[in-house]
Design a protein around this ligand. Structure first.
Ligand SMILES: [Zn+2]
Length: 223
């Protein structure tokens, strides 16, 4: 079984991926992790990724797909040994080009994507969640005004410095990032919707309920 988990920044996708993966015996495939591993192992692809990231550029689809390809070939072995049941994709594919490449890679292994889960949270709720972050300019401690507030509002627990906000965490910057996400993912969702494998869950529910909703959608599929 292979699942793609989708959701904007702040949707709780990462949290859900770390819960769902072990529950279903699925190996999490996140390109950020794969890049770091390839760089650490100094593989040929890793060396290329390293120089691209050091320049501050985006890793091109071709290279990203190649790295995923290598990982899935390794995973095919793990599946044959019975240690893994499938993949849980987190943050990949990000473009239709990547989705097409993923289909080709999967087809090579007589495999396919079973279900795409989108964790939905209304835009303004995401803005509220993401813009609540506060940072201490002195020690770098990170707080959240709702989920992880300092003991005294507005000041760092450790050193009493007034907390500030990063430019990235300002509502306008967040809205721009979320708009970019929608722009990228809506063609991707239509790509999978054409196959009738997209399921949506309400990401505004408590974390455990979101997990249950995802598991319920997955178990409807033939495992
Ligand atoms: Zn501090």
């Amino acid at each position: 079984m292979n699942i793609i988990l989708m959701g904007a920044q702040g949707s709780g996708k990462g949290t859900q991926a770390s819960v769902i993966g072990p529950r279903l015996g699925l190996e999490k495939i996140a390109t950020g992790d794969l890049f770091r591993a390839a760089i650490a192992k100094k593989t040929e692809l890793g060396v290329k990724v390293k120089s691209i990231l050091e320049r501050g550029d985006l890793v091109p689809d071709e290279l990203t797909n190649a790295i995923v390809h290598v990982r899935l070939r390794d995973m095919a072995r793990q599946k044959a040994e019975g240690t893994v049941r499938g993949a849980l994709f987190d943050g990949f594919p990000r473009t239709t080009g990547q989705a097409e490449a993923l289909d080709r890679i999967m087809a090579e292994q007589d495999d396919h994507i079973d279900v795409v889960i989108e964790i939905q949270v209304p835009r303004e709720d995401l803005v509220a969640r993401l813009s609540g972050r506060r940072v201490c300019p002195t020690c770098g401690s990170v707080y959240h005004i709702e989920s992880d507030p300092p003991k005294t509002p507005g000041v760092c627990d450790k050193d009493g410095t007034p907390l500030g906000q990063r430019d990235d965490d300002m509502p306008d910057a967040i809205r721009r990032r979320l708009a970019l996400y929608d722009e990228q993912t809506s063609p991707l969702l239509s790509y999978y919707e054409g196959r009738g494998i997209v399921r949506r869950v309400d990401g505004n529910a408590p974390i455990d309920d979101v997990t249950d909703a995802i598991l319920a959608n997955v178990s409807e599929e033939k495992v």
